[in-house]
Design a protein around this ligand. Structure first.
Ligand code: SF4
Length: 78
């Protein structure tokens, strides 16, 4: 099973482009907003979908996700 299949089976949603897959599990999110503080173009709760992986480099997105305190956000670099 790929990481993507595994995380989706655990309730994560996936947002992806050619460089990165961002995973998010709503019920784990503590609304600490580290993601929004990191880049509010990538992470915007007023937009659907709220994650836009095209709004920053995969490297920048991965560094922001590393600060998510809850494990609600995860990523896989392609
Ligand atoms: S940083 Fe993680 S816990 Fe905080 S709002 Fe973003 S996804 Fe939720």
């Amino acid at each position: 099973m790929s990481k993507k299949e595994e995380l989706i089976s655990k309730g994560y949603k996936a947002y992806e482009n050619n460089e990165i897959i961002v995973f998010w599990k709503p019920d784990l999110c503590e609304h600490a907003a580290e993601c929004i503080r990191g880049n509010n173009q990538v992470f915007d709760v007023n937009r659907r979908p709220w994650v836009d992986v095209s709004a920053a480099s995969a490297e920048e997105i991965s560094k922001i996700i590393d600060k998510c305190p809850s494990g609600a956000l995860k990523y896989e670099i392609k």
